[in-house]
Design a protein around this ligand. Structure first.
Ligand code: CU
Length: 120
């Protein structure tokens, strides 16, 4: 009886934690949010969940809000929770905003944004 209750409680806890835990949270970015950096060659974004690249996107706005040309979002070869986005050309000095929408393997989608600055 006690074992049954423990199992039932564990299953209930998993059911509650599952969907929320499966949404993509941005764990780490390069450049980091709020950082001032030398012109980066790419964005490297690490999420909490496996990303489905075909249904995910990253857009970058540069100084003055102008759209910044990038390559396609690609998954990291070793870690499917990490995406890479190459800049088409070295970003000029100024303020940048990265907006992302990620679809996770469970079919859920989340989005977010962060900013960084390229130093002169
Ligand atoms: Cu989810």
């Amino acid at each position: 009886m006690r074992n049954t209750l423990v199992v039932a409680a564990a299953v209930a806890a998993l059911a509650l934690a599952g969907p929320a835990a499966a949404h993509a949270r941005l764990i780490a970015g390069a450049p980091k949010a709020g950082a001032t950096v030398a012109a980066p060659k790419e964005l490297r974004l690490q999420y909490s969940e496996t990303i489905v690249p075909a249904d995910s996107s990253v857009t970058v706005a540069g100084p003055g809000g102008a759209a910044v040309a990038t390559g396609k979002l690609t998954l990291d070869a070793k870690d499917k929770r990490v995406v890479h986005v190459l800049f088409a050309t070295a970003p000029a000095p100024g303020a940048y905003k990265v907006s992302w929408k990620m679809k996770t393997a469970d079919g859920h989608a989340t989005d977010g944004a962060f900013a960084f600055t390229v130093k002169p």
